[in-house]
Design a protein. Structure first.
Length: 233
């Protein structure tokens, strides 16, 4: 008999986070799913506990609440949305760090975080340097497993579509036949596939000894997604 576990997710209104929340709520092994969110979510489930705070803080916790072993962070913004480099870093680095610390204090041992393809401290892109800075900070926090997924361009239906992203998705779909060989890692990947892989990686971590930070990126992430779908077929 599979033991019950609990999970907490931050960023469940985003493209990947929304898919992941539905997967968690539909997973029979989940005793409780805590959603850390800025505003109340339009979902009802006996397993769902919404933690609503405008700054994604956990200010109250009952000792009788099941401790979440699994944590998922699907937060992120863009410079355009944030309005400045400082605004972008405040979300993609500082907010993610704050949420991760809160999850660790609750008892989360296995953390899975969405990052971005090309994240490196040496990137000419400020956005990608922020992602790398975030990854390093979370890796040093002391989780048993700290897993980063670095997808390329995402496809899927956003709850709030942004015109530039819609155009980018359409352009990438048209260009996909050309994204072969060295360019194959740039091919779009469905958000639901990324979410499924994040859940699968977290569930596997429950059975594994502590390891250094893991990174699943580009084609490696795509292969893991395919393996996950094949196993569940």
């Amino acid at each position: 008999m599979q033991r019950e576990i609990s999970a907490i997710i931050a960023g469940s209104t985003g493209l990947v986070g929304n898919e992941l929340l539905h997967l968690l709520l539909g997973n029979g092994a989940m005793e409780k799913v805590y959603a850390l969110t800025r505003t109340a979510l339009p979902y009802r489930s006996k397993n769902l506990v919404q933690i609503v705070h405008p700054e994604l803080r956990i200010t109250e916790w009952e000792d009788t609440d099941p401790v979440p072993e699994l944590g998922f962070i699907c937060l992120g913004t863009t410079k355009k949305s944030a309005g400045s480099k400082a605004g972008l870093e405040a979300v993609d680095v500082e907010l993610v760090k704050s949420v991760a610390r809160s999850m660790l204090q609750l008892g989360v041992q296995h953390l899975v975080v969405i990052s971005s393809l090309g994240a490196t401290p040496y990137s000419p892109s400020f956005y990608l340097r922020c992602k790398a800075k975030m990854e390093q900070a979370l890796s040093d926090m002391g989780f048993s497993h700290c897993i980063f997924v670095r997808p390329g361009p995402l496809t899927g239906e956003r709850s709030e579509s942004r015109q530039d992203e819609v155009l980018l998705q359409k352009g990438l779909e048209l260009a996909q036949p050309l994204l072969v060989g060295p360019l194959s890692h740039l091919a779009p990947i469905p958000a639901e596939d990324v979410a499924l892989t994040m859940l699968n990686l977290a569930m596997k971590a429950l059975e594994l000894p502590p390891t250094p930070a893991e990174i699943h990126s580009g084609n490696a992430l795509r292969r893991h997604t395919a393996d996950t779908q094949h196993t569940q077929a």
